[in-house]
Ligand binder design. Structure first.
Ligand SMILES: [Zn+2]
Length: 264
């Protein structure tokens, strides 16, 4: 209970800062700043989750690694309809593109984050789908896992605002907002801490992709589109290329709106 309250509190702090950044007179949000001045080119790295070194969830006919790749391709295609954005993908096939040790699930994640750093990513957006390990079929819908407020609160604010923009678009496809039982808060924007620490002694983000990116100075978010273990999600959102396209377009629109991008 104590941890639960702390989690809500820290996320609220980040959320409050996000609201302050958007509405405050002293500060302007990144989106507003980009709309007002000639924006710099934005570099978005899309990360189709999983590969042959760390397979994603598998349920009925659903294979997460394949679904994520479809969604990423469609997202890239849509995002490239906008001005001022360069889009990369961390993988375009089924293998890890960075020579990871096949026995190490962490190696490819490091490779992906380092790749994002090498192309000067403004943001790394990791695309996933979820599976309830207890086969709890009531778990459904979309959520975005964002950086916690520790160590680099600015990165939390950016992740929170971007995550909300993506989630708003995903719900227009008919997906519900997931209230994740591991970190329930009802908003679909969640953080998760690990027992490790950042250099300042604060709790690290649980997910390596998020904590490694934060340490290197940029924002990573993890989009969990839908639950393959929920029949409605699987049949209505995770079964056909057209459905993957709908999710990819929603992600791209959320990213474009966050940065205030305009269509070509
Ligand atoms: Zn996954």
């Amino acid at each position: 209970m104590k941890t639960y309250i702390k989690k809500i509190f820290t996320l609220s702090l980040c959320a409050l800062s996000a609201v302050a950044l958007i509405t405050g007179s002293t500060f302007t949000s990144e989106a507003k700043a980009n709309k007002a001045a000639a924006p710099k080119n934005i570099v978005v790295v899309l990360d189709p989750g999983h590969d042959t070194t760390h397979l994603g969830c598998h349920y009925e006919n659903f294979e997460e690694g394949i679904a994520n790749l479809y969604i990423a391709y469609y997202c890239k295609q849509e995002l490239e309809k906008y001005n001022g954005v360069t889009v990369y993908m961390t993988r375009t096939g089924f293998d890890c593109a960075y020579g990871a040790n096949p026995d190490s699930t962490a190696d490819c994640l490091s490779g992906r984050v380092n790749f994002a750093k090498s192309v000067k990513a403004d943001v790394l957006v990791s695309l996933h789908n979820d599976y309830d390990p207890d086969l709890d079929r009531s778990q459904n819908g979309a959520k975005v896992i964002v950086p916690n407020p520790n160590y680099r609160p600015d990165i939390c604010v950016k992740g929170y605002t971007l995550g909300q923009s993506i989630l708003n678009q995903l719900t227009t496809t008919g997906l519900e907002v997931n209230d994740w039982k591991l970190c329930p808060n009802g908003t679909g924007i969640v953080t998760r801490d690990s027992s490790g620490t950042y250099p300042d002694g604060s709790a690290k983000d649980y997910y390596a992709l998020i904590n490694k990116s934060k340490t290197l100075g940029f924002t990573a978010v993890i989009v969990e589109h839908a639950f393959c273990t929920n029949e409605s999600d699987r049949l209505n959102h995770l079964s056909t290329p057209e459905q993957y396209q709908q999710l990819g377009i929603a992600d791209a629109t959320g990213i474009a709106q966050y940065y205030g991008l305009t269509l070509k």
